[in-house]
Design a protein around this ligand. Structure first.
Ligand code: HEM
Length: 224
């Protein structure tokens, strides 16, 4: 059988995907440490250890990387020509018929629906949920950040904007709790996301995982 390829994901989309994946791994490992200090260095009389500060530093570096990449990805979604396939996928959310066909496909009792864009409606809604969690974790992260670095720089610039949001969330302790719970929301998304990517690659035989690496997908037999 002859296989044709189709360019699906732009370089910007693929870079932002993998940079975010790396940032989230770093944030989760360092975040668990900040929540529960699971390594304690050997005691020393000299003030040179700063292990907590180092974990916090890497958490904040990865945090601002995540924020920058997420802003850029949102820009691409609305402005990039190749990302038109993502925008068009929104139209399928409005079709109850496609919803039913997609659910039947996942239950192994129906064919894959003919889609207009890059994502099916269930996938699109899951991604909207992910973005809401990313925005929440970023805002709560910045609130926590400005409490350590309000004297100048980014912390100083953000301080006056973050404090009212902190008050609306019920105070700093609540903000920390929301930040932590949102991490779990993201951690639940990841295995489901990986399972679905593998499921679709095997069932659809279109190289869905290849597309997020090379940009190209095989035969688009179920696309309109
Ligand atoms: C996937 C994204 C993220 C995850 C999984 C994550 C996870 C966590 C966790 C579990 C904690 C400890 C909270 C607790 O005490 O229970 C934490 C603290 C913190 N996070 Fe995040 N975080 C993320 C994103 C961010 C972002 C975007 C920023 C912004 C720069 C940020 C800044 C902070 C700061 C400043 C703290 C407090 C550190 C401290 O208490 O010394 N985080 N994070």
């Amino acid at each position: 059988m002859k296989r044709t390829t189709e360019f699906e994901f732009s370089a910007g989309l693929r870079w932002t995907h993998w940079l975010r994946a790396i940032a989230i791994v770093v944030l989760t490992v360092t975040g668990f440490y900040l929540a529960y200090v699971f390594i304690v260095p050997q005691a020393s009389d000299e003030p040179v250890l700063f292990l907590n500060a180092k974990f916090r530093m890497w958490h904040e570096i990865a945090g601002f990387l995540l924020i920058a990449v997420t802003i850029f990805k949102i820009y691409l979604f609305f402005a990039d020509r190749t990302s038109l396939k993502e925008r068009v996928a929104f139209l399928d959310i409005l079709s109850p018929k496609i919803w039913f066909q997609q659910i039947k496909y996942y239950l192994f009792i129906g064919e894959h629906p003919k889609l207009r864009g890059a994502y099916n409606p269930i996938q699109f809604i899951a991604y909207i949920g992910l973005y809401m969690m990313l925005i929440l974790v970023s805002i709560t992260g910045m609130i926590l950040y400005v409490h350590s670095y309000q004297a100048g720089g980014i912390g100083g610039a953000l301080y006056d904007y973050m404090r009212p949001i902190e008050a609306m969330m019920g105070g700093l302790s609540m903000v920390r709790g929301i930040h932590h719970i949102t991490m779990w929301g993201i951690l639940i998304f990841i295995p489901v996301h990986i399972y679905m990517a593998i499921f679709n690659s095997i069932m659809g035989r279109e190289g869905s995982i290849d597309a997020i690496i090379s940009g190209y997908r095989f035969n688009k037999s179920h696309k309109r």
